[in-house]
Structure formats: structure tokens, C-alpha cells
Design a protein around this ligand. Structure first.
Ligand SMILES: O=C(O)C(=O)CO
Length: 337
């Protein structure tokens, strides 16, 4: 019966597998190869309306590219059915996927961190400079006709040159940020990770592994470039901020929940730390009346670290390779686990 069904499908489309693209924003340029080999099903609704459409269209498909931010969980997998074989995100973070559920069902998961490194690192450097040099406050001064021209000690920011930059998480993205910052003549790099990076990498970036408290106490810039895990959730709280320099700048391009945002608000408001640059926050989207936005010393971007055209096409292309290999029962080029 199964063979007859497959033969019928082959006769109508000549393609044995159906793949759902579970987000509207996946660029067609990245899907060319997939279209040659599989029947591609796209959705038309955006988050959060897409949920019902996904649950309907995923029925009977063999794979999915999970490009959005909504949760891939048992509900979705049940709706797909037992023929569902493989899934790939187009992201570095996989916190929108119920990994234990996928593992339980023996479904491989791909992700695309290598494709996002450059765009996220570029944005992180942008946020670091914007926070250190008070872009948000400066813009507000102009908007409110408070641009002072009569003294030169006005709006002084933090120097990047000769600074100590501390990375919480020092994988591909952290290292790409360090590489870019080396052009700004930073002094040294500290990093906190579970395991030490290679000696070559340490040498390349003049980087030293330190414990969390040392990272907080000695860094002029603290960059969060780690995934959200039970271990990292809420780690940057009042206790952590109280250990940081009053001149320090926090940058977060990891996940919003790694930071206790109420505590961050207090630390920024009381000038316990100098400033923050955030691409990720809680909730997303952040409401326009959020108290954080009233502060002068925080620069926010709406989680757009990955958002360049090339990055999206590259991520889609790699997700497609993950899917095709997974469907063939072969190892993916970029497995998430
Ligand atoms: O890929 C991800 O997980 C991102 O959040 C990029 O900004």
C-alpha cells in the first residue's frame, strides 16, 4: 500500500518527499535545490497566526524548515505524523524547539549557526559602540533641543581602545566579535565557557579563560554570546551587575532570558553599570511602553542579528542541505545535536 501511495505521488509530482517551510520569510533563492528534489509547501500567514496553518499543512510531510520563532513541539510532530523524518532551523539558537521531544522520536535536528556568525557579530559591535558612545541619549538630546555646544566634556563615552572585553560564551559568534574588535585596538579578551577553547584561538585573540566573577569584575565590556539553557537563564541578575565596573557596558546578542531584565533596568537606572546594548530581550516584541525604553543608557534593536539578505539566503541553503541529508538518512552538514 505504501509503495502504491509513493508511486502515485511520484506520478503526480515526481518527488518522493514533501517539505514544509514553516515560516513566510524564508527566501526562495535558498530553496532552489530543495524545489528540484522535493515538493515544497509554503505557508502564507505570519507569526502568530501561522500556528493553525502549520498544524494543517504539516500533515503528511516528511521534513520541515523551522524558520520562525514559534515552538516546534509534540503538538506539531503529532500533527505531522509518523512519516516525519527531519527538521532544520535557520538559526543559531534552538530554544524554539522541544529538543527532548525530537530526540525521543529519533528525529534529527539541524541548525545553521555558521551562517549567522558574521551578521550577528557585526550587529554586536554596532551595539557595543552605540551603547559605549551613548547613541540613544545623543539622539534624545537632539530631539529635545538639548544639544549643548558650549562645552567639550559633554556626552563623554567609554573608550574601546585598550579595553578588556569579556565574553560570556566564546564560540563562533563570540570569536567573530573579538576578531572585529581587534581592529579597535582592544587590550585583552577574557572569556567564560564550560570548556577551554584551543590554545591557537586563545593566542589569536589574546584571550584568557576566567571564572564568571572575574569576567564580571575585570571587563570593560561584557558580551553575552551564549545560548539560553537552564544554566544560563537569569544568570545576569543584580548579584552579577553588582560585580561589574560602574563604567562597564553590557551587550546581549544571545537570548533575552539570560538577563534578569528587571535587575538590568535597576542597574542601568542607578548607573550601577554604564550602559547596555541589546538585540534580544523579554518579551519579544518588546512593548513600546516598556520601562527599559525610557532609559537613556540602553540601545535596543528588535532581534535582527541575523537580518541581512545574504545571511538569510545562506541559512536557508544550509537548512536545505540539512534536510536533504536527513531525508537520505545521512549525517547533516550542520547538526544541532
Ligand atoms: O540565530 C539565532 O538564534 C539568532 O537569534 C540570530 O540573531
Amino acid at each position: 500500500m505504501k509503495r502504491i501511495t509513493n508511486t502515485l505521488r511520484n506520478m503526480s509530482t515526481n518527488k518522493a518527499y514533501k517539505v514544509l517551510i514553516a515560516h513566510t520569510d524564508v527566501p526562495e533563492e535558498g530553496l532552489k535545490v530543495l524545489r528540484e528534489k522535493c515538493e515544497v509547501i509554503r505557508i502564507v500567514n505570519d507569526y502568530p497566526k501561522n500556528r493553525a496553518e502549520i498544524l494543517e499543512k504539516i500533515k503528511g510531510v516528511h521534513a520541515a524548515i523551522w524558520g520562525g520563532r514559534d515552538l516546534l513541539n509534540a503538538e506539531v510532530l503529532d500533527a505531522a505524523g509518523p512519516q516525519f523524518k527531519v527538521v532544520s532551523t535557520m538559526s543559531s539558537g534552538i530554544n524554539n524547539v522541544d529538543v527532548p521531544e525530537l530526540k525521543k522520536r529519533g528525529i534529527p535536528l539541524g541548525s545553521t549557526p555558521a551562517m549567522l556568525v558574521v551578521a550577528v557579530a557585526d550587529l554586536a559591535v554596532g551595539l557595543l559602540i552605540a551603547a559605549a558612545r551613548r547613541f540613544q541619549e545623543g539622539r534624545r538630546k537632539i530631539d529635545s533641543n538639548n544639544w549643548e555646544t558650549h562645552h567639550r566634556n559633554w556626552m563623554l563615552g567609554q573608550d574601546i581602545r585598550d579595553s578588556t572585553v569579556g565574553f560570556y560564551g566564546f564560540g563562533g559568534i563570540g570569536q567573530a566579535i573579538a576578531k572585529r574588535l581587534s581592529g579597535f585596538e582592544i587590550g585583552r579578551v577574557l572569556y567564560t565557557t564550560r570548556s577551554r577553547v584551543s590554545e591557537d584561538i586563545e593566542k589569536k585573540f589574546n584571550a584568557t579563560k576566567v571564572d564568571f566573577n572575574t569576567l564580571l569584575a575585570e571587563s570593560d565590556f561584557v558580551v553575552i554570546a551564549s545560548p539560553l539553557t537552564p544554566e544560563t537563564e537569569g544568570l545576569f541578575n543584580a548579584t552579577a551587575f553588582n560585580k561589574m565596573k560602574t563604567t562597564s557596558v553590557l551587550v546581549n546578542i544571545g537570548r533575552g532570558k539570560i538577563v534578569n531584565q528587571d535587575d538590568l533596568y535597576e542597574a542601568l537606572k542607578s548607573n550601577r553599570i554604564f550602559a547596555a546594548g541589546l538585540d534580544v530581550m523579554v518579551p519579544e516584541p518588546l512593548r513600546s511602553n516598556d520601562k527599559l525604553l525610557a532609559l537613556d543608557n540602553v540601545v535596543v534593536t528588535p532581534h535582527v542579528g541575523y537580518a541581512t539578505k545574504r545571511t538569510r539566503v545562506d541559512a536557508a541553503s544550509l537548512a536545505v542541505q540539512n534536510i536533504l541529508k536527513g531525508l537520505a538518512g545521512e549525517p547533516m552538514p550542520s547538526p544541532a545535536y
